[in-house]
Design a protein around this ligand. Structure first.
Ligand code: MSP
Length: 648
């Protein structure tokens, strides 16, 4: 029997609208859930909203509405965003729902009856922003140790959970279960704190006189429960704790509880001790990821630099947005979000590498195989560059599996992109266009068929991240949802099917003209940026005077050159620009022979929209100097370590 997979996200406060930080945790959970579904693992994915507590009450007061109205209005924004991002959660829990409140009260009553919760007079310091109590010793310069803000002296009766008695047990659990807190350095953070400080009992009540918006304590109607005590329980109330044993036992303990690093203590100290007191097993793993920063600054509403996920999706499409977030962040560490970095990655990974490979493969299948998928010999991948290419594709399969198990998703994605680039290089080695000219039809068929097979495997590996676009890619080759058992098999695409003509899957995007990395608000930047559609309208192989200022000139090495059939003046060049290989059709055949220009390092316009010249795609323009009948290529004086250098 396959092991069940239960993944959770934090439940988000409904005091404000979601930004990309919130979107990220949910997206990560979605990608993980999708991978496990592909593996046929029974999967349950939970997210939701945290609707009680001071933050929500304060937002409601500010907006002049009731706390419940605040919840009902804001929850929709989260739900709409999850729909837009194609999030496939199996349940959405709101902590104001009766199914949750009822069980929270049962847990409270049970713990109170068993003396795990007691009443005491409390005298100490309270941080309103963090909603937490501190002792004199905890304070840093007399202020809150977490947020640094002023604390209030408080004296009141409250209820306390006997958290302190679990200190040694918790240290032992963390030390004997290295997978419990991930990444490992976060476990050390919690351990460091547990080993140097005496754990206090946790105040789990708030007098209604101070805060009424919460779940009432069943044993004292003058109090509501502390928002974290209520919120953490969502992970089990949603799956039937004390209401549906069968469902609960099916999913609990959770496999992966994803959180941001900001809520490590609540999830690795409060939560496990609460479960221990309740006699419930602990989750297998709590994984804390880092922060998304805007540039180098923490994303925060007060700084005006939050990135609105809806805007990004409107501009670039849901899959590109999903791809960027997952590919860009090394799990555990902070990552920086700028629209410039987004566009850079989009253009290089999706437009140039993956999108271009797909276009080339499909176009050549059309041209050289009459738009029909060829029959491939099973031995095609047993030797030579075919073997090498297939091994790289298979390495991506291994790496992706490993990266999911070790929570290093960006490594898995990088490996898939390596395979994609390898196919582009394979085309340069095989030159199917030359093979076709020489009438080597079988060889052409193998080359193009293998490229399509590689695309099939890569699209399956990227499917959990980009379900929409990868479905579109797969449908070109007559494929539906990926079947992971097919990943290691060669020759799955049906011979004889018709390969349709396609539009680019990921049209190139221009960097916004006015963008400067240091601009203060993301919103302002994004308004001015280009869309893929706009790019298409704007570039018709012509650039205006203004555009000259934005022309990207790069060095490129000529790898191959050949006369373009039926055109006296044109040479077809393959040039290397960094890691990328491009095809350029240049009107220089009357000045240079193909042989004499191979190996030269020239200058090309790299951000010119690809255009068809005599039906052949040209992906850039090279620079020449010419007077009357004379023409000379502009070349680079000497060697640089790499091509693709920006010309300044
Ligand atoms: N309601 C609590 C969580 C209760 S869970 C039982 C809470 N909510 S929150 O709305 O503030 O969301 C916190 C979570 O949102 C973080 O832990 C993280 O998962 C995500 N993020 C919010 N801002 C973020 C970034 N800038 N970067 C990455 N993720 C962050 O805390």
């Amino acid at each position: 029997m396959k092991k069940n997979y239960y993944v959770t996200t934090p439940i988000y406060y409904v005091n404000d609208q979601p930004h990309i930080g919130h979107a990220y945790t949910t997206l990560l959970a979605d990608v993980l859930a999708n991978y496990h579904r592909l593996l046929d693992t029974p999967t349950f994915f939970l997210t939701g909203t945290d609707e009680h507590g001071q933050k929500v009450q304060q937002a409601a007061d500010k907006n002049g509405i009731t706390a419940q109205e605040q919840c009902d209005q804001t929850v929709v924004r989260f739900q709409e965003l999850w729909d837009r991002l194609e999030i496939t959660n199996d349940d959405f829990i709101r902590t104001t729902e009766p199914r949750h409140k009822k069980i929270v009260q049962e847990v409270l009553q049970d713990l109170y009856d068993r003396d795990e919760i007691y009443r005491a007079e409390y005298e100490g310091w309270y941080c309103v922003g963090c909603e937490r109590f501190f002792t004199e010793k905890d304070l840093v310069d007399g202020n809150c140790p977490d947020c640094g803000k002023k604390v209030e002296a408080i004296q009141e009766a409250n209820y306390f959970f006997r958290m302190s008695k679990y200190q040694d047990w918790l240290i032992n659990h963390i030390e004997t279960h290295p997978e419990f807190i991930q990444p490992a350095f976060r476990a050390n953070e919690t351990l460091g704190f547990l080993k140097t400080k005496e754990l206090q009992d946790l105040c789990i009540s708030r007098p209604k006189a101070r805060l009424a918006w919460g779940i009432e304590l069943p044993f004292d109607h003058e109090f509501v429960t502390y928002v974290w005590f209520d919120a953490l329980l969502n992970y089990i109330t949603a799956i039937g704790y004390k209401s549906d044993d069968k469902k609960f036992n099916q999913w609990w303990p959770a496999t992966q509880q994803l959180i941001g690093k900001d809520i490590l203590t609540t999830h690795t100290v409060y939560w496990p001790t609460m479960l221990k007191a309740m006699g419930v097993e602990l989750p297998q793993s709590v994984f804390a990821h880092g922060w998304w920063l805007t540039g180098r600054t923490k994303m925060s509403k007060s700084l005006g630099n939050v990135v609105d996920p809806m805007e990004m999706v409107d501009r670039y499409g849901v899959d590109a947005f999903r791809y960027f977030l997952v590919a860009e962040m090394t799990l555990g560490q902070d990552a920086s979000f700028t629209e410039e970095a987004f566009i850079r990655r989009y253009n290089s990974d999706l437009a140039n590498d993956l999108g271009n490979l797909l276009s080339r493969t499909v176009n050549m299948l059309g041209r050289y195989c009459n738009g029909t998928f060829p029959t491939l010999g099973k031995t095609a991948i047993e030797t030579g560059p075919e073997k090498e290419l297939w091994e790289t594709v298979q390495q991506a399969v291994i790496d992706m599996e490993e990266s999911i198990n070790t929570m290093r998703l960006n490594n898995g994605i990088a490996s898939v992109l390596t395979a994609v680039r390898k196919v582009n290089q394979y085309f340069e080695i095989k030159q199917p266009w030359t093979l076709a000219k020489e009438g080597k039809t079988e060889d052409v068929a193998t080359t193009l068929g293998l490229a399509a097979e590689a695309l099939r495997v890569c699209s399956a590996l990227l499917y959990p991240v980009m379900p929409k676009q990868m479905s579109a890619l797969r449908s070109i080759f007559g494929l539906t949802k990926p079947n992971l058992e097919h990943l290691r098999i060669f020759g799955v695409i049906t011979a004889g099917i018709t390969i349709p003509k396609i539009d680019p899957l990921f049209p190139r995007v221009e960097q916004p003209k006015e963008e400067k990395p240091s601009q203060p608000t993301q919103k302002k930047q994004t308004k001015k940026s280009a869309t893929p559609q706009k790019t298409t309208e704007k570039q018709e192989g012509i650039i205006t005077y203004d555009d000259v200022m934005n022309v990207k000139l790069c060095t490129a090495k000529i790898v191959t050159a050949a006369k373009l059939e039926g055109a006296d003046k044109l040479l077809k060049l393959q040039v290397k620009v960094g890691d990328e290989t491009r095809q350029i059709i240049a009107g220089i055949a009357q000045h240079y022979s193909a042989e004499e220009i191979i190996g030269k390092t020239i200058i090309i316009v790299a951000n010119l929209k690809p255009a068809k010249i005599r039906g052949v795609e040209s992906q850039g323009m090279l620079l020449c100097a010419s007077t009357g009948d004379h023409l000379k290529l502009i070349t680079v004086d000497g060697e640089l370590p790499n091509t693709g250098a920006l010309v300044k």
